[in-house]
Structures are given as C-alpha cells and as structure tokens.
Design a protein around this ligand. Structure first.
Ligand SMILES: NC(=O)c1ccc[n+]([C@@H]2O[C@H](COP(=O)([O-])OP(=O)(O)OC[C@H]3O[C@@H](n4cnc5c(N)ncnc54)[C@H](O)[C@@H]3O)[C@@H](O)[C@H]2O)c1
Length: 278
C-alpha cells in the first residue's frame, strides 16, 4: 500500500532529536524523503537542558536511511537565512522536489518577566519567531516553483494560544508564529499551498524533562524530579496524562501534510490533551 506522503520531500528544522527526529521518521515511514536541518550546538541564553549534537543529527540520518528513504542533513542555524537557503537549495537539488515544510526548531527557557535579560529576549525571538519566518522564506519559492501545491506546518505551542507565566519571550514568539501562519495561509492559498500550526501541550523531551521545568510548578521544592512533577503536569491537562509523546505531534502533522487534509488551511491545531480548554 502506498504511504500517505509517498514520493514527497519534506524539509524539517530541528531534526536532530526529539520531535524533529520523530517527524522525520514518521514521514519517512509513509514514503517521504527528508531534508533535515539542525543547529547541533548551544545557544548562550538557554541553559536548563543540553543542546543537540552532530551525533544526534547523524542518528536521525541513520534511522531515516534504515527505513530505505533518502535524507540530506545540514548543520545550520534557523537565524542564518543564507545558510538556510543553501540547505534547502542543496536538498532540493539532490532529492528533486519539495512538498512539505515543518518549522519545528525552537528553544525554551523560564524567567519571571522582570528578570528577563535583553539578550535572552532577543535570542528567543530570533530563533522561535524569526527562525520560523526564515524557514518559510527560503522554502516557499520551491513550493511555488514546483507547481504542485504544498503543506507547511509551523510548530507553535499551547503558549501560542494562552498566556503562560514565566515565559513571556517564548509565549510572545509562539503567538507570533500564529500570525506568520495566518498571513501565509492567505497569501499562498492561490498556489494550493496550505499553512497550519500545531500547538502541543508538554511533550516528553529534554525541553521539559529538566530540573528547572519540574521546579516551575513546585518552587519551594529544593530537589524537583520527573516523578514529583508528573501529577502537577497531569493537573494542567484535561485528559489524564502528564504530557504527550513526540509521535503524537508527528501523527497530527502527518495528517495535516497529507492529502486527507487537502482543504484544511489557516488552522491552529492543539495537540494538547485538553490543556487549552481547561
Ligand atoms: N517539549 C515540549 O513540551 C514542547 C511543547 C510545545 C511546543 N514545543 C515546541 O516543539 C519544538 C520542538 O521541541 P522539542 O520538544 O523537540 O525540543 P528539543 O530541544 O529536543 O528539540 C529542538 C531542536 O531544535 C534545534 N534548534 C534549536 N535552535 C536552533 C536553531 N537556532 N537553528 C536550528 N536548530 C535549532 C535543537 O538543536 C533541537 O534539536 C520547539 O519549537 C518547541 O518550542 C515543545
């Protein structure tokens, strides 16, 4: 049976690990080839969890190739539009086309609003907002030129739909992603290019599985742990789960980029276990 994205090519940022790797594998399982980009390195203002590495990106390559799909992987920063343009141009030259774009790369950090340093604000906006725009800017010409339409999914967050305390820079950037999505959905509809955003609740990755995030909900606990954080995370979702798995986001994205969603555009899709209705 043909896969749900058979013969298509997907460009994915932040593909070295976690959700980005999961998206690459899920789309590859359904027949897509992959153009993968990741910073594979530290960001000065992000200190509460370790950065992805070149070995992580190499592991994504290994796992996609194990599915008998092709992958072109580049170490590049979403803030660097020239490097991003080269990554997508090289990938399209090698794989022959572009159909799907996933702007997934992002960073997270916790600061009470008035303790947020200027540099931390700037780095967050540069990566989580401008980086998403750069991803769209360098890939949309390929989708238009291909003449076959296309599907773009921007990874926002529940923090793109609700105000989340202690994350003003992250929450502002993730709301901004919705503005990019709605504008481009209108502007590129005439080319049959659909643009949507996904809004995960907590996802079981290093971004939330770290001591500072566990401690966010239990500020008086000197030694927060995953086990102690679990019931608190669970209480934020309507469904009785503390967080979701990367593949839950991948499955929602797979639906959005497949022909099953051919008339869905401009939508903010929560994959949030009911976080935003609670
Ligand atoms: N984990 C969660 O609870 C959660 C919830 C809602 C939304 N999100 C969003 O999901 C996306 C993926 O996060 P994750 O949970 O997989 O975390 P993660 O940190 O494991 O993955 C993010 C990836 O993006 C890459 N990246 C960061 N800055 C980059 C840059 N400047 N250029 C290129 N690549 C860069 C990282 O190297 C990393 O591989 C992010 O946009 C995040 O904001 C995460």
């Amino acid at each position: 049976m043909a896969g749900r994205v058979e013969g298509k090519v997907a460009f994915i940022t932040g593909a070295a690990r976690s959700q980005g790797r999961s998206h690459a594998l899920r789309l590859a399982q359904e027949g897509a080839d992959i153009i993968a980009v990741d910073l594979c390195g530290p960001v000065p203002s992000i200190g509460m969890y370790p950065p992805a590495t070149e070995e992580d990106l190499a592991e994504t390559v290994r796992q996609v190739e194990a599915l008998d799909r092709r992958i072109v992987a580049t170490q590049a920063d979403v803030r660097d539009s020239a490097a991003m343009r080269k990554a997508v141009d090289d990938g399209v030259a090698e794989l022959g086309r572009l159909d799907i774009v996933l702007a997934n790369a992002g960073v997270f950090e916790i600061h009470p609003a008035l303790e947020l340093e200027d540099d931390a604000w700037r780095e967050m906006i540069d990566i989580n907002l401008t980086g998403v725009w750069n991803t769209c800017k360098v890939t949309l010409p390929h989708l238009v030129d291909g003449g076959r339409g296309g599907a773009v999914v921007l990874t926002s967050s529940t923090a793109g739909l609700k105000g989340v305390p202690n994350t003003v820079h992250y929450t502002a950037a993730k709301h901004g992603v919705v503005g990019i999505m709605r504008t481009l959905a209108n502007e590129f509809a005439e080319h049959s290019i659909r643009v949507n955003s996904v809004h995960p609740t907590g996802v079981d990755t290093v971004m939330i599985q770290n001591e500072k995030t566990w401690g966010l909900f239990a500020p008086d606990d000197p030694a927060p742990t995953r086990e102690k954080a679990e019931p608190i995370f669970r209480s934020t979702n309507a469904l009785p789960v503390p967080w979701v798995e990367p593949v839950d986001i991948s499955n929602a994205i797979l639906f959005l980029v497949s022909d099953e969603a051919r008339y869905i555009t401009g939508v903010t899709l929560p994959v949030d276990a009911g976080f935003t209705i609670k």
